[in-house]
Write a protein that binds this ligand. Sequence first.
Ligand SMILES: [Zn+2]
Length: 261
Amino acid sequence: MQTHLMTVDIEDNFILEELAYKEDWPKYEGQVVENTLRILSLLRKYKTKATFFAAGMVVERRPELIDHIMRDGHEIASHSYWHTSLKLMSADELEDDIKKSTEVLSSMTGQKIIGFRAMGYSIPEDETAFYALLKKYGYKYDSSKKRADGGGCQTIEKDDVSRVFPSSVNILGLKTIFSGGTYLRWLPEFVINKGFSQYIRANQPVMIYVHPWEFNKDQPKRTVRLKYQILQSPLTFSTERKLNNLLKKHKFVSIKQYMEI
Ligand SMILES: [Zn+2]
């Protein structure tokens, strides 16, 4: 049976300007823990372990998140410290952010942190320098990049710092990511299922990624740009239902378990 990859990005609504204007951020405090607990209980129901990419500043504010996640035996990886675009950082800012998130997470967990994921696929232009930095801070894999061709079924590209890609489906001559975030919320289940079949045929794992806020339709009304009001509308929050169905049908593990690092 093909095993797939389950990942979660630990961040809250209030740290994304797309989701809420900065002046409204205080309204959203307090949701990340309860939303993460929903994901943890769903994973427990299916005895599934996942990789949790944690934004350093979020878990520093709510350290109980790390306790909850570790108590269930999941892997903790880094989702940077500030959860801002890595593309917009200078070389020094980038190194500071990677260093700080690594230090915060390894001291909170008492473990080596070996996985990294940039916010919103914002991998820096100089990829060679970026991977060299990750290697310097002990990382074994990175999940910040979409595949250049947008398709194919190769999920992991082995290297000193291996690359782990989100999954794309070929449908009606089009290729689209289907395995997380907005894609997973908006695409109908038959498209997601088709994606799974394509990966299973190729003996490759699908890499799912979800966010705690997608598990909570009960959110304060947001005043953001219309595009984001539509894309991020709680009416589209079908992630919990879809993930439940996927967990029922398929076996998932953390990236660390899959790569046997
Ligand atoms: Zn994120």
